[in-house]
Design a protein around this ligand. Structure first.
Ligand code: NAD
Ligand code: MG
Length: 362
């Protein structure tokens, strides 16, 4: 099995992403290259820890590290300042210094929180991402956005802090619950729709291998997604422009999540629904053909993701879509696909038109 290595070029903040099968045991060597110190905190959660922290700790110990294991409770509801404070306590008590390292072992919740702990502890210490969900492997572990939730909103507290390395072992996906896995596939499809038509065709041709979590197929798909995300981040590290393209499907997606209370519909499922709406809108605006829309809908359905908009009335959708003050004043910025593999960001002021096209409130 090959190991694919990609580089994210961000000047002095550049780093490598390694993608492969059975490579989690190389974490010790990866971290040895990343820092001079000998102390490392492995931050994980109560689900991922028992599965993978032992192997990670062994590899780090063999590479000469003194390992502190920190387990946080599982769940988005724990991505809070209270959990963060407990992590700081352990880092202080464990004597971690500026040349120590944090390893984030888990999904996006662990990656965001551990990354933010590393960004802020002692004004910033290095960290390495070992993402174990498909969403984290193709999205949250690359790009340096870290943070926690605030009682008044998701991800309101955070920092840009690039990892020193990202180590992606596709074998960890074998234990991921099916719904979480499919949720990650929605983000995978997103990259194809707005950035890479050839990759979209690759996904169409490999649906059963993807659903079977075939390792070689996963290495190829994840490597391509990371390369695309790296390309976007290299041009727009701090989300001033291009990075917004990654929000394809997320406008209606966020509305669906908000209306269903953030638990009934997973993020990736909401994005799948949102992508199909965006595709319909793109076609109505003349950016793409009926055939493009059919292909997008067919791929989303083929992997088993939902496409139907939950039925809430138009006013409810309007309320959540226009929650943002900027959107109320200036209109909503929608990312639309241009054919398949390209994109366009369009400002829409007349939501009623969008609702008519997308079947909101029917
Ligand atoms: P998650 O971290 O909650 O993981 C989903 C579930 O899978 C959890 O129960 C987790 O314990 C479990 N799990 C993880 N790896 C597993 C494995 N290998 N085997 C079995 N179970 C496993 O959710 P997520 O979807 O990975 O991440 C969502 C979070 O990521 C959100 O908080 C979101 O805000 C954040 N996010 C951040 C960025 C960014 O750029 N920083 C981008 C997208 C999302
Ligand atoms: Mg997303």
């Amino acid at each position: 099995m090959t190991i694919e290595t990609l580089r994210v070029e961000l000047g002095e903040r550049s780093y490598d992403i390694r993608v492969g099968s059975a490579i989690i045991g190389t974490i010790g060597a990866v971290c040895r290259d990343a820092v001079a110190g000998r102390r490392v905190a492995v931050v994980t959660n109560t689900t991922v820890g028992p599965l993978y922290a032992g192997g990670v700790a062994d590899s780090l110990t063999a590479a000469g590290f003194n390992v502190l294991r920190i387990e946080i409770p599982d769940g988005e509801e724990h991505k809070t300042s209270a959990t963060l404070n407990r992590v700081y306590d352990r880092l202080v008590n464990g004597g971690l210094t500026r040349d120590s390292l944090v390893v984030a072992l888990g999904g996006g919740v662990v990656g965001d929180l551990a990354g933010y702990a590393a960004a802020t502890y002692l004004r910033g210490i290095p960290f390495v991402q070992v993402p174990t969900t498909l969403l984290a492997q193709v999205d949250s572990s690359v790009g340096g956005k870290t943070g926690i939730n605030h009682p008044l909103g998701k991800n309101l507290i955070g920092a840009f802090h690039q990892p020193r390395a990202v180590l992606i072992d596709v074998d960890t996906l074998a234990t991921l619950p099916r719904r979480e896995y499919l949720g990650g596939l929605a983000e995978v499809i997103k990259y194809g729709v707005v950035l890479d038509g050839e990759f979209f065709a690759f996904l169409e041709q490999n649906v059963s291998a993807l659903l079977g979590r075939d390792r070689q197929t996963l290495v190829r798909a994840i490597t391509r997604c990371c390369a695309l995300k790296a390309w976007v981040v290299e041009q727009d590290e701090r989300e001033a422009g291009l990075r917004a393209v990654l929000n394809y499907g997320h406008t209606f997606g966020h509305a669906v999540e908000a209306l269903t209370g953030y638990t009934a519909v997973l993020h990736g499922e909401a994005v799948a629904i949102g992508m199909v709406r965006a595709a319909v809108l793109a076609e109505a605006r003349g950016y793409s053909s009926a055939g493009d829309t059919r292909r997008i809908r067919a791929l989303v359905e083929a992997v088993g993701l939902p496409t139907g908009l939950p039925s809430f009335d138009a006013d409810s959708y309007r309320d959540v879509l226009l929650r943002d003050k900027k959107a109320r004043d200036r209109g909503l910025d929608f990312v639309l696909n241009r054919g398949i593999g390209s994109h366009e960001i369009v400002r829409i002021e007349n939501l009623s038109e969008v609702f008519g096209i997308c079947g909101v409130g029917e």
